[in-house]
Design a protein around this ligand. Structure first.
Ligand SMILES: Nc1nc2c(ncn2[C@@H]2O[C@H](COP(=O)(O)OP(=O)(O)OP(=O)(O)O)[C@@H](O)[C@H]2O)c(=O)[nH]1
Ligand SMILES: [Mg+2]
Ligand SMILES: [Zn+2]
Length: 305
């Protein structure tokens, strides 16, 4: 048993650079200061803490409880953790702005590797033309077994609430997606009293404008059994933490075929007797997905460590 076991537990609900916002089991908010300069804490972490002020609303964080899981991305030089102890990842894409299939696939691969359940949500289906295009691009993901739901969070609010309320009504859900897809709009729709800022995104591509700047935990119900985690939009989702040899294992459309490749260590790139490439050729695997597989494989082969 750790020497911190006798200390109180709290949940990390937000991070603000040098300090964290903690919530006690009674629902009280504490300003928590980590020990040491560099802290590895993320939203969703459970910590042991000790009070440091007379009023009892400030404290020092002594230890992190073991995590069930951690979703993070790994770029060439840095690791960025999104959140810990998740029951579900909701990847939000929108009819507009047009989403990157590569970034979507990366998020899905990271979630598979972390063994976190995934729901893909397409928003802004009120925009007919772009929605049809997005739906078409999501078809392979539906076919490979992902749950793909559709909403118009702004214009068909009640319908969206009825669909998502029950689906997200248990456990913790991280809402992840590019900027401007409606993550904060979703939080405001489902969380009583939430007032997350939402904003028009600039039409200039890659303008780098993000309305949400911090990851934040919101309870969905008074009993505090279910939660939504709002996050800033991501542009690049590095998956350098994935093993090159395991890549196809985290892609549900490639996975079933790889057992039939002639070589057990087949890279599905150039080897003869590759069942994955044969599946691509006869249309059983979408060409876009195979392209993404090759692109990611290349990236992981080049990694420096
Ligand atoms: N047409 C349409 N617009 C929507 C819908 N849902 C959200 N929006 C708009 O999309 C814009 C972006 O919404 P946000 O909720 O701020 O997006 P976000 O994903 O939180 O963006 P970041 O915080 O920058 O990552 C806002 O102007 C919303 O009003 C929808 O169903 N249809
Ligand atoms: Mg936002
Ligand atoms: Zn192969």
């Amino acid at each position: 048993m750790s020497r911190h076991q006798e200390l109180d537990v709290a949940l990390v609900v937000a991070g603000h650079g040098r300090h964290y916002l903690l919530e006690t089991p009674e629902g009280r908010e504490i300003k928590g200061h980590p020990r040491g300069k560099k802290s590895q804490l993320v939203v969703g972490d459970r910590v042991r803490w000790q009070v440091t002020d007379a009023r009892g609303d400030e404290g020092v964080i002594e230890a992190i409880e073991p995590r069930r899981n951690l979703l993070y991305r790994q770029d060439e030089w840095k690791t960025k953790s999104f959140a810990a102890n998740l029951d579900r990842l909701l990847v939000l894409v929108a009819a507009e702005p047009v989403f990157s299939e590569s970034q979507l696939s990366r998020a899905l691969i990271a979630a598979e590797e972390a063994r976190i359940e995934v729901v893909i949500l397409l928003n802004k289906i009120d925009l007919d033309g772009p929605a049809a295009f997005a739906r078409e691009r999501l078809a392979p993901y539906k076919a490979m077994g992902y749950e793909v739901l559709e909403v118009a969070l702004k214009t068909r609010r009640e319908e969206a609430r009825a669909l998502l309320g029950p689906r997200l009504g248990t456990g913790s859900t991280l809402v992840l997606g590019p900027s401007g897809t409606g993550k904060s709009t979703l939080v405001n729709l489902l969380v009583p009293g939430a007032s997350a800022a939402t904003g028009e995104i600039s039409t200039a591509l890659n303008s780098g404008r993000h309305t949400t700047t911090h990851t934040r935990w919101y309870w969905l119900d008074e009993a505090r059994q279910a939660a939504l985690i709002d996050s800033p939009g991501f542009q690049e989702f590095g998956i350098r933490h994935i093993e090159r040899a395991e890549l196809a294992r985290w892609m549900p459309d490639l996975l079933p075929f790889q057992a039939d490749c002639r070589f057990t260590n087949c890279s599905h790139d150039h080897e003869p007797g590759c069942a994955v490439r044969a599946a691509v050729d006869r249309g059983a695997i979408a060409a876009s997905r195979y392209r993404i597989y090759l692109e990611l494989g290349e990236e992981l082969t080049q990694k420096r460590w």
